[in-house]
Ligand binder design. Structure first.
Ligand code: EPU
Length: 329
């Protein structure tokens, strides 16, 4: 058995683990029939909760590169290997003056998983700059490329999250970034932080402000096990949000796609009294109620049970069923 890396710090094992460094290496292994099903492809384990050991094969991409694919007066297109560390890519782009992903600084994980879950923070989503992705069909070994439109991106959602797409492993992500773009300061807290820093609005200053904001609100997985936001923010019909707002005038609410309204999961959880509460070593982070943490030796089952309790109490009080952002196995 091989220990499965995961930022929640859960002690969990897989029967088989296969890391590959190129598409050809993956295809050759598949052709040789050397992988014990069921197969599960993982990134850095920053969005995973294992409640038990994994009896099949865990696959992990170590395809790491950043290549300049095309360039014109105003834009660059980059092709990036799926196993590249996401924040290394952000640092590289900022250092080259390529604008578009600086607001996504310091998000843990790798480029392939970032494209599966459409990571987002501080007013930017990966889908805003992604142009295409390439993957391998784990049933046939064939390569496939999808345009951004085909990826069906939404809030923390994509084509690749659908159950019938789980047999694809992403191998390359292409991004189109601006050479002289203006940073996106639409997230109020980021604009305020930058203003407070007194720095001119350079890409590097935005990156630093995002890093400082994240460090002040979110736990460092190297010190306290966590998987970032454990739940997504619920998106509800406008009428439901309005009814709640009558009752809770201070409730944060933001416009979302199709006239719907995005509520703050962290606020809902906090209102139910969960913020900072622990059940054994499974706990709700004291500074951000959307984040569950492992204070030491919590099992995956314990974290999962805590999340069930939270879902139940938010549902009972607000009539809203929170969805997990973290993938549970
Ligand atoms: N809030 C509370 N109590 C809490 C947490 C939040 O009342 O315990 C309220 C506050 O009013 C706050 C508002 O919720 O102003 C929004 O909070 P925050 O800006 O911290 O963001 P979030 O909605 O909780 C989302 C993403 C984060 C991302 C931040 C910043 C999701 C699921 N999470 O969190 O992404 O960093 O916005 O843009 O959309 C992640 O996905 O792992 C992640 C960390």
């Amino acid at each position: 058995m091989i220990q499965i890396p995961n930022t929640l710090g859960i002690d969990v094992y897989a029967r088989h683990f296969f890391s590959y460094h190129s598409v050809e290496e993956l295809q050759a292994r598949m052709a040789g029939g050397g992988m014990q099903p069921p197969l599960l492809h993982v990134g850095a384990g920053s969005n995973l909760l294992f409640t038990k050991d994994y009896e099949g094969t865990i696959l992990h991409s170590e395809i790491r590169y950043i290549r300049l694919k095309a360039e014109d007066e105003t834009h660059v297109t980059l092709a990036v290997g799926a196993g590249t560390c996401w924040d290394d890519l952000v640092a590289y782009c900022v250092s080259h003056g390529w604008q578009g992903i600086e607001n996504l600084s310091l998000i843990p994980g790798e480029v392939g998983s970032a494209a599966v879950q459409n990571i987002g923070a501080y007013g930017v989503e990966l889908a805003d700059v992604l142009s295409s992705v390439e993957g391998v069909d784990l049933l046939t070994g064939h390569r496939h490329r999808w345009s951004r439109q085909e990826c069906a991106y939404g809030y923390r959602d994509s084509l690749f999250k659908r159950p019938d797409m789980k047999h694809y492993a992403l191998t390359e992500v292409c991004l189109r970034l601006c050479k002289r773009g203006t940073p996106n300061l639409s997230y109020r807290g980021l604009a305020d932080a930058l203003a407070r820093s007194g720095q001119p609005c350079t890409l590097q200053a935005v990156r630093q402000a995002v890093i400082d904001l994240r460090r002040s609100k979110l736990p460092d997985p190297a010190k306290l096990g966590n998987a970032g936001s454990f739940f997504t923010n619920p998106v509800v019909p406008a009428a439901q949000a309005e009814a709640l707002r009558q009752e809770y005038p201070d409730m944060p609410a933001f416009p979302a796609a199709d006239g719907r309204v995005k509520l703050s999961g962290g606020w809902l959880i906090e209102q139910c009294g969960w913020k900072g509460r622990a059940v054994g070593d499974a706990a709700v982070y004291e500074k951000q109620a959307l984040v569950l943490v492992n204070k030491g030796h919590a099992t995956g089952e314990e974290i999962y049970r805590l999340s069930e309790e939270i879902v139940r109490s938010v549902d009972a009080r607000f009539g809203i069923r929170l969805s997990r952002e973290v993938n549970v196995f």
